[in-house]
Design a binder for this molecule. Structure first.
Ligand code: FAD
Length: 476
């Protein structure tokens, strides 16, 4: 009987998992997770490790219901581990779902070649994206570089396949296969913030479906209106599940489209458009792998970014900048490993255009602290906000965090949730506590500089400095 190894990575689910589904139809199956040195572009962030640990526990439990367990292996390079497993279980095929991180693409190609040269059948399936970056190209055969035409094309021409069901049964390989202990991978001990993450997130395939359903029933209709307001429960929070593949984008796509019958479809279209940003990020990264390291607009390679992790950097990461909307975002990130998209834009703009830090330093901090850390989305968005990416916010558009705060959190509900020290502030002053008269500060029980910091740098002036530097750069 045929034996297929199913190599899991960012597809940690049983439903709509084409590699697993087709392997189960073919014969015996060995599900494997490999944590090797060559995992890709960079090491996993510490919060992502926590998420991965939980996801793997859950996947293992689900697989056990089928009577098979997840085999965990570590090693120096993935192909050696796979070759060893092929020998051990006499596998004649290895299946996986395609990955689109450029360093993984290169690694996976090497793995494929080596396995094929040993006479092992290799099949790779699509489920991580809705589109194939090689196939969706402009009329001149080039990759897209602007979001709106990309989105129009995706919406019109891409026939998103229906999600596959979970396999009816999975037959194990019938021999005992050594598995390393998940606890030994070192995913948990490095991390001290588990408690607040545990409180906030349920990590499993079922939890992903449940969260999506809840969003579809309660918030989808108002998504277009509410998604920019961080104090509302207006977005899906599905990003970490998508990033680790506890849910597939096509499952999300069809659940959302299915909900539009009889309802206003504005929310649906706005949501699908958001989901298409994930596609666009991968499209861009796939065709421009150097954007992982370099600003796409090469002029920014000469910009005098700050590269030192100075005290300003530390205060930004700690949520102690003295600008409440920024501090609220950074504390939300610290506590639950997630931040609202609008606030991500505000904190990233402040970091790059007011503090003038290189976008890569911010990107790396997000990478280490987000549960939804995703290489394409993170790099693309950081470059977009910093003004140096493809189709970005122009550099001269410097967000004013105070105006953003007044507009998107007018009563300071979001700010007060994450900055309890400002709880008693009247909404008039909560966006700029340093402008509050002494009696207001007294009533709020806040001594600036002691209970809450003064702004680290002047808001408007620092924005102007960035513009001056940019103008000078263009003249050179
Ligand atoms: C500086 C910065 C860094 C970011 N880093 C990441 C990251 O590492 N991982 C990540 O998944 N997202 C990242 N984003 C994009 C976005 O903030 C999150 O995807 C979104 O906040 C997730 O919340 P949600 O699932 O409730 O989103 P919803 O609004 O419910 O959107 C649904 C899905 O659409 C996709 N999506 C929405 N907005 C974007 C966007 N701007 N770019 C790409 N995809 C999008 C996500 O997959 C999201 O889960 C970043 C944004 C910024 C500004």
């Amino acid at each position: 009987m045929s034996v297929t190894i199913v190599w899991f990575w960012n597809d940690l689910r049983v439903s709509d998992n084409p590699a697993l589904y087709h392997a189960a139809k073919r014969g015996r199956v060995l599900p494997v997770f490999i944590y090797a040195e060559d995992i890709g572009v960079r090491k996993l962030g510490s919060v992502k490790k926590w998420w991965l640990y939980k996801s793997l526990v859950s996947l293992n439990e689900t697989l056990k219901k089928y009577g098979v367990g997840l085999v965990i292996r570590t090693g120096f390079d993935t192909v050696s581990v796979l070759k060893e497993l092929v020998r051990e279980v006499k596998a004649d095929a290895v299946y996986w779902n395609r990955r689109f991180d450029p360093t993984m693409v290169a690694r996976d190609e090497r793995v494929k070649k080596e396995l094929i040269s040993l006479g092992v059948k290799v099949e790779c399936f699509d489920s991580f994206l809705l589109h194939d970056p090689n196939e969706i190209l402009t009329s001149t055969g080039k990759p897209y570089a602007v979001f709106t035409p990309f989105w129009k094309r995706l919406r019109k021409d891409v026939n998103v396949p229906r999600p596959l069901p979970s396999p009816e049964r999975i037959q194990g390989v019938g021999v005992r296969v050594r598995s390393e202990k998940l606890e030994d991978l070192g995913f948990l001990p490095e991390f001290k913030r588990c408690e607040s993450l545990e409180e906030f997130w349920k990590v499993s395939e079922d939890a992903a479906r449940e969260r999506l359903r809840r969003f579809v029933t309660s918030s989808l209709e108002g998504y277009e209106r509410d998604r920019d307001f961080p104090y509302l429960d207006g977005t899906s929070l599905i990003s970490p599940y998508l990033a680790s593949g506890l849910i597939s984008p096509r499952q999300v796509w069809y659940e959302v489209i299915g909900a539009s019958e009889g309802k206003s479809s504005k929310g649906v279209e706005a949501f699908l458009r958001s989901l298409a940003w994930r596609e666009f990020s991968y499209h861009l990264l796939y065709h421009n792998p150097s954007m992982l390291e370099k600003s796409v607009k090469s002029i920014f390679e000469r910009f005098p970014w700050r590269l030192e992790k100075s005290e300003f950097y530390e205060r930004w990461t700690a949520g102690l900048t003295g600008i409440p909307i920024i501090d609220a975002g950074m504390r939300q990130l610290r506590k639950v490993g997630w931040m609202h998209n609008r606030v991500r834009m505000i904190v990233a703009s402040w970091f790059t255009k007011n503090l003038l830090f290189h976008w890569k330093l911010g990107e790396e901090w997000f990478w280490d602290t987000l549960v939804d850390a995703d290489i394409a989305n993170n790099v693309q968005n950081w470059q977009w906000v910093a003004g140096c990416g493809i189709d970005p916010v122009p550099f001269f558009r410097v967000f004013n965090p105070i105006l953003q705060s007044r507009k998107f959190d007018p009563k300071g509900v979001y700010i007060k949730k994450w900055l309890p020290e400002l709880e008693k502030f009247p909404s008039e002053y909560v966006h700029e506590p340093w402008k509050a008269p002494l009696p207001v500060l007294k009533r709020a029980g806040v001594e600036l500089g002691k209970d809450y910091p003064l702004p680290m740098i002047p808001v408007e002036e620092s924005g102007r400095t960035a513009l001056e530097l940019y103008k000078r750069l263009r003249k050179d």
